[in-house]
Design a protein. Structure first.
Lengths: 338, 633, 300, 207
């Protein structure tokens, strides 16, 4: 039982410090590595509460270790200990001290809750509509006329007003580095205001159990400096969606036959704009396929042949009836979408 | 329907053949069979043992599910159990542990001990007691049958609406969840009422409320919580059932329903439920710590009051599970403050336990080891709970492994350690044999570090961005080491529990006989033989103080003073009706699971018919004459 | 914000009638418990604590009804709810506890006949509980609420009725007269918990409503701009709920520790006594051992 | 228990036969607790109804649907049946078994009448397009009223069974608690109806 002293005291703090280092080099997914005001304010509260709680645990552990050490039964001890009824003073003490600690914790909690819930000014913020579907994310910039999926681009230094809802079951939107999460409820609009203060790629995850591939319902928030973001918007408004090679033309034809019932590709001249699958405009620029796999040709091929292997239970049918050549035509076309 | 009847007949037939052919003696023989005795018993001690056994069985099941979960999560990008399969395991693990393991094991202890502690001959409603058990058992069985027929529920133990509706969970899985829990839930409610009436009406002369041992007090408050927490669950399950069977529109948005209603209902039940789980454990620890410190419980009155207050506040905090739903800052903060407030009465309890140990002479038996281990572990889990109550921080923590760490720390650190401590403490009383202290130590020293190793790293997993209920996680985000440690810890826990299993079997077969008072106990149950006679007390004892048995011993008395003259004791006769009724519910459950309203109604008819039979039955009971036996002593 | 403070500084905002009434009541109380006491049979000196309780209750009553809170309460729903909490949750127990038992007895002697019967009926625990919480919930039905707010008479009537029923709800808990004590301590605690549960629906509906419920309160922003009418409404529900929890928590503690004191008075730990403790005898209805188990002594 | 033997030797019945034995007392207390649980059950359903009553989609809204006369009649019938069940218990206290059975008989007749009215009402509603599955309002309405109705139905059969027992065994310390508890149940079901009447019908018609 002596082990606990070490574990509770030093361990708590040490481990925290050590593993903050870990996970570097990858897009950030850690609460401990905030990249925006919301995340920072939440981390501040986490540190404050951890501090108070560590104190509590240390006090309890200290008394505990002393008691266990000091009052263990010695061999041959026969005497019956004094039967103490209680002590009003002590009991008041350990009622009042926790209350004080809790008040110290409650005040910043309340103020941060209200601050983080504040509506942003429409002029100074950018609105993005988020819709969650079983295992993928649809993003729409209503003021910019741009749609995308699974990867959302934002400018740094701007409050982004995510308005979210769900197309089927409940999902939750969580980009740990930027800030806490918010549920996407069908039939209800929710809001989450996030801001990135440095460019970078921030991992996001769905955190509400939503079915077989809940574990794989990932997205990325990609923060650009404002100028770069403008460029991105421009390229999205004017995507290069026409095939460049004969193989790709073949692919485009196949897409029009097989895919556009579910997927939309802006600027390619398709009449139909499917909405039951992710918008594939500029798909070639995505870093990942379906949020989980690195975006390269082999992976894309495998995905088209059998999406279920990658994401069990997802809503895209397998296209294994297409020939090898047809698949590579599709892949060619899709990877060229920029 | 025909199939079921055929199956039943066939089963009886088989039983008849296996036991020596059907003839006139068959029924007689059945009635002398040990199984029959257990099926029809209304003795609270036997029902307690039934609860412990069934709970232990489901614990093994739930634990194996946990093992598989940890096996899958041991390494990143593992493909051992994926997708729906994983979700089934995870949902069944949670559901099993909460509904079929934790509470029933506690019920087992309560059933055996509470009547003894208050000096009663039995619980108030022996019939309902048996019914409660059989309903729980058939509900649990129904739930677990899902593994064999049609797939287990896979929408989490919370079974949030829309995911759990037909459209997104088309198989029978969630039907099993709804009906299994409905049946088990009715059983729980019945038991809750039974304990309340027992404690209010059946206390021995002189056993005033403020002389009741803490375990009885916590049972009392827990039962009151059950009384108000389970009906909302029942209502919610009804809605879910209609939604799935008859396409109603409580939760579907296109029918005008609202998805958050289920969440409110579930957590109005769910939060009190976690205190239902932990309060009895608090009771166990209060008894164990006081006994093995050889001191009276420090601050008895505030301990009692803290329990009441926790129960009271427990109903006011459910929204802390819904901070991310979007209910607005005002609602969130009020529930945050209420949540934090619960730390105060809980803290009072923790410090009072420490103060009880202070100045005592601590004897570290296995039960006491568990109690001592509990204090630190529960405080860690409790304070992370308070951290979860900090709304903005919870937006980060919610639905991550941080929460998983929190609740395993409190549930295992509180409830499970409480059950283990209670089992070690009362085992001699229940079974009349001693457990081995040596194997007990092995058990503890594997299990306890194992728990910390399993769940402590999970706090960090949450902070590094690992959501819960995921079947896999990518490498490269700092999640590997902690997951590996966590899985390794599980192995330690399992080994520890195997030692317990060995210990139990050893004790039941070879263990030394227990004396009536092996621990120098303080409360009434230690004043009678181990195991107690069927009627518990030949003469109802007269309670003359708090910790009555301790007080009498200090006075030099060798037994409690009787409050009545020796005389024949009236006992209720055993009955098979509860079992039949449970079968009725079970059949009805199966019917509804497979959308067969006819079978469903048939099952309910069986229930109603048995109810009426019961109503017309004149149960005379029988009398025991302990005079002859007792005179000698 | 300014607008919110100003009323407190203007003398005109304080209700003269209420001022006078509170003063009169306070004086009457001091006079009766002071110089006039001897005129009342079986009277006994009143402790300062009791006097303080009564006076605090009176002050709160005045604060709720005579001070600018009353007027602001017509504009801001949250303040209205605060006012209600003062009137129904905090003031009644203080006043009830502040009145000495002999005064009650004397009062009871004056009241007879139907009124006495009405009181006996209405102060029955189950009824008093249901009446107060029923009226309270009814009051917050939007239609009803707006109607009441539209008429000064209904307004006063509803306040009066609710306050009266609040007093009666608190009566069984505070139980100032031993002979009128209807509930055992444990049942008092259950009563308090039940009261907490029964008050919840009204509060919850207000807190969780996603639109404005009460048209009477659509213009509160003037006074306190940071609070939008909906937030104001939510805040109202929250204030009521939090104060209720706090007050009921205190009440629970009060009842419990009073019980402990009474029960533990003549017990020494570890020494068995044959004194039956009060709770065994006090609860004859529910506690069979003292009724029908032979061999049990029945103490007074 | 010993007390039973005592009372069976005494001529006649104790004043409150339902509370004469520990079993009887247990039963009554247990039943009160059961009622508390049922109250919570109904409260949850009321809450759901209140939350969903506005969601009638294309179907009729509460205001369009409800009509006072029939509901008022149903209320009256049920309240009367409460009264008759009180009379039955008073008869029981007088040790007047036939009287008790008679009053109980009237009680359940009124209960059946109530059920008939309710069935008729539902029938009308279904014709107007208000069904269990038509909308969230429909679902929550029928859940609440259906649960109440099935309680009445159960009560009818229960009291019927008790009447038979009363015939067979008369009023004893064993049967008295059952009668008493059944009448408690009946009152409870009535009180729930009063709430349904106010919350569902009156408030529905106001909107
Ligand atoms: C036995 C079960 C049990 C117990 C006792 C508790 C106890 C507590 N729980 Fe926990 N909880 C669960 C089981 C339990 N919980 C479960 C199963 C879930 C997850 C459900 C799911 O989503 O699947 C959960 C989830 C959960 C959440 C939601 C997290 C989320 O999903 O986002 C929250 C948030 O507030 C919370 C808070 C608390 C608090 C404040 C306590 C308090 O009662 C703790 C009080 C104790 C102490 C604080 C320690 C002792 C006190 C002192 C030594 C005094 C000094 C202390 C201070 C000043 C802080 N719990
Ligand atoms: C009482 C409650 C309880 C208990 C005791 C446990 C015990 C354990 N739990 Fe679990 N757990 C929950 C309640 C509980 N859990 C809940 C409610 C959830 C949430 C579900 C959801 O999200 O919906 C959850 C979820 C959960 C998860 C997260 C899953 C996810 O989100 O994807 C994990 C992962 O590590 C986990 C692990 C474990 C482990 C390793 C144990 C170990 O302690 C298990 C140890 C036990 C054994 C290994 C059994 C060995 C037994 C024997 C060898 C025989 C002994 C025989 C007798 C006693 C007769 N649990
Ligand atoms: Cu979407 Cu999980
Ligand atoms: Cu909780």
């Amino acid at each position: 039982m002596m082990k606990q002293k070490w574990r509770i005291g030093a361990g708590w703090v040490l481990l925290l410090a050590v593993i903050i280092q870990a996970g570097c080099g990858h897009p950030s997914q850690s609460v401990l590595d905030p990249a925006g005001p919301a995340g920072r304010s939440q981390l501040g509260l986490i540190y404050l509460s951890t501090g108070i709680m560590t104190l509590v645990v240390i006090v309890v552990a200290a008394i505990y270790i002393y008691v266990v050490y000091r009052f263990r039964e010695r061999p041959g001890e026969e005497e019956i200990p004094e039967q103490v009824e209680g002590s009003r003073k002590l009991e008041v003490l350990w009622t009042v001290i926790p209350i004080i600690l809790l008040v110290i914790l409650a005040v910043p909690t309340i103020s941060a809750t209200f601050t983080l819930n504040k509506k942003p000014e429409p002029e100074q913020s950018m609105r993005v509509n988020v819709v969650g579907f079983q295992y993928w994310w649809g993003f729409e910039y209503p003021d910019l006329g741009v749609q995308t999926a699974n990867e959302v681009h934002i400018p740094t230094g701007t409050q982004v007003d995510f308005q979210m809802t769900s197309g089927d079951v409940i999902h939750a939107f969580w980009a740990p580095s930027l800030g806490g999460k918010q549920d996407l409820n069908p039939g209800i609009q929710n809001r989450l205001v996030l801001e990135a203060d440095r460019p970078g790629v921030y991992e996001g995850r769905c955190t509400e159990l939503c079915g077989a591939s809940h574990a794989l319902m990932n997205f990325r928030v990609i923060a650009h400096p404002p100028e770069e973001f403008e460029e991105w918007v421009a390229s999205m408004r004017n995507p290069s969606s026409q095939p460049q090679t004969p193989l790709a033309s073949e692919g485009k034809k196949l897409v029009s036959q097989n895919c556009i019932g579910c997927h939309a590709i802006d600027g390619a001249g398709f009449e139909i704009k499917g909405r039951t699958g992710p918008n594939l405009t500029a798909f070639g620029k995505r870093t990942r396929i379906a949020g989980v796999w690195e975006n390269n040709k082999e992976n894309l091929e495998a995905w088209l042949k059998d999406p279920q292997v990658v994401k069990p239970g997802n809503r895209m049918p397998a296209f294994d009836h297409l020939s090898k050549k047809e698949i590579s035509a599709l892949v060619e076309y899709l990877s060229d979408l920029k | 329907m025909a199939t079921i009847i055929i199956l039943i007949v066939f089963g009886l037939f088989l039983a008849a053949i296996l036991t020596g052919g059907y003839n006139k003696k068959y029924l007689e023989r059945v009635q002398q069979n040990w199984l029959w005795e257990w099926i029809t018993t209304v003795d609270h001690k036997k029902i307690g043992v039934l609860y412990l056994t069934a709970g232990g069985f489901f614990f093994t099941v739930g634990g194996l599910e946990a093992l598989l979960i940890r096996l899958q999560l041991m390494f990143p990008d593992n493909r051992f159990i994926v997708g729906d399969q994983y979700n089934q395991l995870m949902s069944m693990h949670g559901t099993t542990m909460i509904f079929l393991v934790a509470l029933p094991l506690l019920f087992g202890l309560m059933n055996v001990i509470v009547p003894l502690q208050i000096g009663a001959r039995d619980v108030a409603f022996p019939f309902l007691n048996s019914l409660g058990f059989w309903l729980y058992f058939s509900g649990g069985l129904l739930l677990n049958l899902s593994w064999l027929f049609g797939g287990a529920p896979d929408a989490g133990w919370t079974s949030y609406a829309t995911l759990a509706l037909n459209e997104f969970s088309p198989g029978p899985g969630v039907n099993y969840y709804v009906l299994g829990l409905q049946i088990a839930g009715i059983g729980t409610l019945i038991s809750g009422i039974n304990f309340l009436v027992t404690i209010i009406n059946m206390r021995a002369p002189g056993m005033s409320y403020l002389r009741m041992p803490l375990f009885t007090w916590t049972t009392f408050v827990t039962s009151a919580l059950i009384l108000f927490a389970f009906p909302p669950l029942t209502a919610g399950l009804f809605m879910m059932m209609f939604e799935r069977l008859f396409d109603t529109n409580f939760f579907t948005t296109h029918g005008g329903g609202n998805v958050t209603i289920w969440q409110h209902i579930f957590w109005i039940f769910g939060h009190p439920e976690v205190y239902i789980l932990v309060l009895p454990a608090f009771g166990v620890f209060s008894e164990v710590i006081s006994t093995f410190s050889r001191k009276r419980l420090f601050g008895y009155n505030s301990m009692v009051f803290a329990v009441v207050l926790i129960g009271f506040l427990g109903f006011m905090v459910w929204v802390h599970h819904m901070f991310t739903v979007g209910l607005g800052p005002v609602a969130n903060t009020i529930f945050a403050v209420a949540t934090m407030a619960i730390a105060v009465p809980t803290g009072i309890k923790v410090f009072n336990w420490l103060a009880t140990m202070w100045g005592g002479s601590l004897r570290f038996t296995t039960a006491m080891l568990y109690a001592a281990g509990f204090i630190v572990m529960f405080v860690i889990g409790g304070v992370t709970g308070v951290m979860l109550g900090v709304v903005p921080a919870d937006w980060q923590f919610h639905d991550t492994y941080f929460v998983v760490a929190h609740f395993h720390y409190v549930i295992i650190g509180g409830t499970l350690l409480g059950i283990l401590a209670g089992v070690y403490y009362w085992w001699p009383k229940i079974f009349g044999r001693m457990l081995s202290e040596k194997w007990g130590r092995w058990n503890f020293w594997f299990f306890y570090p194992g728990v910390h190793l399993t769940f402590f790293p999970q706090h960090f997993l949450g902070l590094y961005g690992m959501p819960r209920r995921v079947f896999t996680y990518p490498s490269g985000y700092g999640l590997e080491l902690n997951n590996l440690l966590s899985s390794l810890g599980t192995i330690l826990m399992t080994i520890g529990l195997l030692f317990f299993l060995y210990n139990a079997v050893w004790s039941l077969t070879k263990g030394p006989r227990a004396e009536s008072d092996p621990w120098d106990g303080r409360t009434l149950e230690w004043a009678i033989s181990s195991p107690p006679p069927e009627y518990n007390f030949a003469q109802l004892p007269k309670i003359r103080s708090l910790d009555p048995w301790w007080a009498e011993k200090r006075e030099g008395n060798r037994g409690m003073q009787p409050a009545e003259p020796l005389g024949p004791i009236h006992m209720p006769s055993s009955t098979y009706l509860p079992f039949v009724m449970a079968i009725g519910f079970f059949i009805s459950g199966i019917g509804f699971v497979f959308h067969s309203v006819r079978v469903g109604v048939l099952g309910l008819l069986i229930v109603i018919v048995t109810l009426f039979i019961r109503s017309f039955q004149e149960d005379e009971g029988f009398h025991i004459h302990p005079e002859e036996e007792v005179k000698g002593t | 914000m300014d607008m919110l403070l100003k009323p407190f500084l203007q003398p005109g905002m304080y209700h003269i009638g209420m001022n006078a009434m509170a003063l009169a009541l306070g004086t009457a109380y001091l006079w009766i418990t002071g110089p006039k006491r001897r005129a009342i049979p079986e009277s006994a000196p009143v402790s300062n604590r009791q006097k303080a309780l009564f006076m605090t209750g009176l002050c709160l009553c005045y604060l709720a009804l005579g001070s600018p809170i009353n007027l602001i309460g017509d504009e801001l729903f949250s303040v209205h709810m605060f006012q209600q909490s003062l009137l129904y949750l905090i003031m009644p127990p203080l006043i009830l506890l502040g009145i000495p038992d002999w005064l009650y007895r004397w009062g009871f002697d004056q009241v007879k006949g139907v009124w006495r019967g009405l009181f006996t009926l209405w102060s029955r625990p189950l009824l008093s509980l249901l009446v107060f919480n029923g009226l309270f919930s009814l009051y917050h039905v939007p239609r009803v609420f707006d109607t009441i707010m539209g008429s000064a008479f209904y307004h006063a009537l509803s306040h009066g009725l609710l306050t009266l029923s609040a007093f009666l709800m608190w009566w069984p808990v505070t139980a100032p007269l031993p002979e009128q004590e209807r509930l055992s301590p444990l049942r008092k605690m259950a009563y308090i918990c039940a009261a907490g549960v029964l008050l919840t629906p009204a509060c919850a509906l207000i807190i969780f409503a996603d639109h404005l419920l009460f048209t009477s309160y659509s213009g509160g922003e003037r006074l306190f701009p940071i609070l939008s009418p909906r937030d104001d409404q939510q805040m109202g529900g929250v204030i009521m709920k939090i104060l209720q929890e706090a007050v009921y928590g205190v009440a629970l503690a009060g009842v419990f520790f009073q019980w402990v004191r009474r029960e533990k008075r003549n017990e020494t730990y570890g020494i068995p006594t044959d004194h039956p403790s009060p709770s065994t005898t006090g609860e004859a209805n529910w506690n069979p051992p003292s009724v029908n188990r032979p061999g049990e002594e029945k103490g007074g | 228990m010993r007390i039973e033997e005592e009372t069976s030797t005494v001529a006649g019945l104790p004043a409150e036969p339902e509370k004469a034995t520990l079993e009887g007392k247990n039963k009554i207390l247990g039943f009160w607790l059961f009622i508390a649980a049922e109250t919570t059950l109904f409260a949850t359903m009321f809450g759901t109804y209140l939350a969903l009553k506005g969601e009638s989609l294309a179907g009729p809204t509460p205001g369009e649907l409800y009509s006072l006369p029939m509901v008022a009649a149903a209320t009256l019938i049920l309240l009367t049946s409460s009264l008759t069940s009180v009379l039955a218990i008073m008869a029981m206290h007088r040790n007047d078994a036939p009287g008790m059975i008679r009053w109980f008989g009237i009680t359940i007749l009124l209960g059946v009448a109530f059920l008939g009215l309710e069935a008729y009402e539902f029938y009308e509603y279904v014709h107007e397009g208000h069904t269990f599955t038509s909308s969230a309002f429909g679902s929550s309405f029928y859940l609440l009223l259906g649960t109440h109705g099935s309680h009445v139905l159960y009560g009818v059969f229960w009291i019927l069974a008790l009447m038979i027992q009363g015939r067979q065994r008369g009023i004893t310390v064993q049967t008295a608690p059952k009668f008493y508890v059944a009448s408690l149940y009946w009152h409870f079901v009535d009180v729930v109806w009063v709430f349904i009447f106010t919350v569902v019908y009156l408030m529905g018609m106001m909107e």
